[in-house]
Write a protein that binds this ligand. Sequence first.
Ligand SMILES: Nc1ncnc2c1ncn2[C@@H]1O[C@H](COP(=O)(O)OP(=O)(O)O)[C@@H](O)[C@H]1O
Ligand SMILES: [Mg+2]
Length: 297
Amino acid sequence: MSRGEPPVEGVGIAASLGLPNDQFATAWRAIVLPPDAKQRLARVAATTLRLRLAGIPFESLPLHGIILLVGLPGTGKTTLARGLANQIAVAASSLGRFSFIEVDPHSLMSSAHGRSQKAVEQLLREPIAESARRSPTIVLLDEVETLAANRSALSLDSNPIDVHRAVDAVLTGVDRLAREFPTLLFIATSNVPEIVDAAFTSRADFVYSFPLPDIDAREKILRDTVEAVAVAFPDARRVLEDGSVRRAAKAADGIDGRQLRKLVAVAIAMRKEAKVDPNLMSGSDLVDAVSQRESIQ
Ligand SMILES: Nc1ncnc2c1ncn2[C@@H]1O[C@H](COP(=O)(O)OP(=O)(O)O)[C@@H](O)[C@H]1O
Ligand SMILES: [Mg+2]
């Protein structure tokens, strides 16, 4: 924790910190999305805050302060969620310093049999509400399908009734918090939106679906990764200058952002020299890393 807020602790809390935060600012810059997508998300959050703070009755404009980020694994949702939290805190700094709480849904739902519902209720009623009472707060519900699984798809045989009750607890808790705290926002992510409970999805003020990166985005991601390597291994920079990043990006159709970044490490490992030296990476290593990946799959 830096400056101000005491850390928030308890079952189901993975992390808590004050915003702005430099690492989160880097996360915001690192994620490449179609033009205007990031700005649009930031505007949606600002709009939600503005309208809720204006005291428009919830019955007239039911804004829950939930932004839902969905898409395939490795498309940047978790990273962008942290970056977005930071952007919101910077843009709305007139409201005071923001707190950020990251929920660990797995630990909540794996609570001993019959205790998930209580764990969820306790989390929303105590640490999250207490933080929201003290300062504007952004809560990250990463992989929210764990917490708000589609109840209609849960079989009562294989899933204890407690899971159903836990999902109910999430929904009623979020409703109550939304009415009480206009400066509390949730950013939720899911790799499998089809199994998120429809009642949760319907509470989202905005749902953004992360695309796989297109050729321009792939090129930017590869460049950014090579540049990061070149900070420590300056000769790697040569890869940026011979057009090979564009060729690799073209060949990498269908590959997500996480795998693209890893391809730079794969390219470094293409060299046959006994001692690993990232300074030796060449443009053709990068192109080869993409084409060999295709032949493995
Ligand atoms: N669109 C993207 N632009 C830049 N980097 C990306 C992108 N998508 C994923 N990455 C990188 O891949 C890694 C995993 O991203 P993450 O946010 O965990 O994805 P998700 O939560 O969608 O599974 C991070 O290092 C991130 O920077
Ligand atoms: Mg994720």
